[in-house]
Write a protein that binds this ligand. Structure first.
Ligand SMILES: NC(=O)c1ccc[n+]([C@@H]2O[C@H](COP(=O)([O-])OP(=O)(O)OC[C@H]3O[C@@H](n4cnc5c(N)ncnc54)[C@H](O)[C@@H]3O)[C@@H](O)[C@H]2O)c1
Ligand SMILES: [Zn+2]
Ligand SMILES: [Zn+2]
Length: 373
């Protein structure tokens, strides 16, 4: 099938995404073809262009946050049929590896090769100008059609609008799960979110749904501080340093029970300042991507031990996507999880670079490639 997609031919050079004709192969064993309604524009895609996540191969078709309708089903697919509405998981879950069997499906061994550029079977499904094209997260949602492995596909109810469902592929579960699972929030907690974009807005919602009493949203952009209040923030601050006094006053000096960090690009040099927001025995969850070659995190380890704090990394918000994505859809149905409000601006695929510029300029919470435009 011929269509078009947003590709990087020189990742890591800030040269922007190029719209090219692409050819997509028919589905192979265990795969389906999904016609997408929409794709979210997660900051993780942009790391490929900036080089925060370096790639040593090209071209790559970006996009890992999508939802749509199954158009074709390949051989040996279980439980999926033409016409099903589906969300694409940005990390697949095989269901049978050591991690999946013990319930940590976000760490599934199948995820190890999502940046390899190949489909799970080690071949290419997308081609352009005579080159095999790698698909981000085994998906490549910056194309209206995606050939996806069934382990990356989760069926949802047809009552959920597919455009908002797209965000349930990455940003929503990652943010929500960072607050609910990785931070292990308890009723009445005082919580902080550092970086209130697409992922951080969902961390705020996760804290609210988990019963946090105070939710302090930290972001330098006034528009993000305003929108954070819509998602459940009780107080806002423009910086980590200024948040210190706020948290101190709110907790009478005890400091926050949980802090989730979802900045666009994490800053390892600010780790100690972030840790100072956490109370004794509290938890700091590091969700954001830090430039891969930044390995010199700054933290006072004596006080870290002596105050019994926990520093927790998380992938996919420590969710089990096949359990949590339908659960999130139910929270949306009940009006507890706001999804429509996450979408600030819709773009045609052709205008994707305008969307990235808007993200950089702090104008959007989530940009959406809307394939109906
Ligand atoms: N761990 C995972 O599984 C996972 C999954 C998805 C995304 N991510 C990562 O999470 C991060 C957030 O993604 P996103 O799509 O929400 O990005 P985004 O660009 O939408 O949001 C980042 C926010 O951080 C704010 N910010 C920047 N500098 C700040 C600072 N010094 N203090 C406070 N706020 C600051 C920005 O204003 C922006 O609102 C990215 O690094 C992304 O790659 C991780
Ligand atoms: Zn993402
Ligand atoms: Zn697995």
């Amino acid at each position: 099938m011929k269509t078009k997609g947003a590709l990087l031919w020189e990742p890591g050079t800030n040269s922007g995404w190029q719209i090219d004709d692409i050819e997509i192969d028919p589905p192979k064993d265990g795969e389906v073809v999904v016609r997408l309604a929409a794709s979210g524009m997660c900051h993780s895609d942009q790391h490929l262009d900036t080089g925060d996540i370096p790639l040593d191969w090209a071209p790559i078709l970006g996009g890992h946050e999508g939802a749509g309708v199954i158009e074709e089903v390949g051989p040996n697919v279980d439980g999926l049929a033409v016409g099903d509405h589906v969300v694409l998981q940005f990390l697949p879950t095989c269901g049978s590896c050591w991690f999946c069997v013990r319930g940590q499906t976000n760490l599934c061994d199948m995820t190890a090769n999502v940046l390899s550029g190949f489909a799970p079977d080690g071949t290419h499904r997308v081609h352009s100008k005579g080159h095999g094209v790698g698909c981000y997260s085994y998906l490549g949602t910056f194309s209206e059609y995606v050939v996806a492995h069934q382990r990356s596909v989760i069926k949802i109810g047809k009552d959920i609008p597919l455009d908002v469902a797209a965000l349930a592929g990455c940003g929503v579960p990652t943010g929500y799960g960072s607050a609910v699972y990785a931070a292990e929030t308890e009723i009445g907690d005082t919580c902080v979110v550092i970086g209130c974009g697409g992922v951080g807005s969902n961390a705020i919602q996760g804290f609210r749904i988990a019963g946090a009493e105070n939710i302090i949203a930290v972001d330098p952009v006034p528009f993000k501080q305003d929108s954070a209040k819509k998602f459940g923030a009780t107080l806002t601050s423009p910086s980590i340093e200024e948040a210190y006094d706020l948290v101190y006053n709110e907790t009478h000096g005890r400091m926050a029970d949980r802090v989730v960090v979802t900045m666009g690009v994490g800053d390892a040099q600010k780790l100690e300042a972030m840790m100072s927001l956490v109370r004794k025995g509290g938890t700091l969850v590091f969700t954001n991507v830090v430039t891969m070659n930044q390995i010199d995190a700054k933290i006072a380890l004596y006080m870290f031990s002596m105050s019994g704090k926990r520093l927790q990394g998380t992938l996919y918000g420590s969710c089990n996507p096949r359990n949590d994505i339908p659960k999130l859809m139910n929270l949306y149905r009940r009006g507890e999880l706001l999804l429509d409000e996450l979408i600030t601006t819709r773009y045609k695929l052709d205008d994707i670079n305008t969307g990235w510029k808007d993200l950089e300029d702090g104008k959007i919470i989530r940009g959406l490639i809307d394939y109906s435009l």
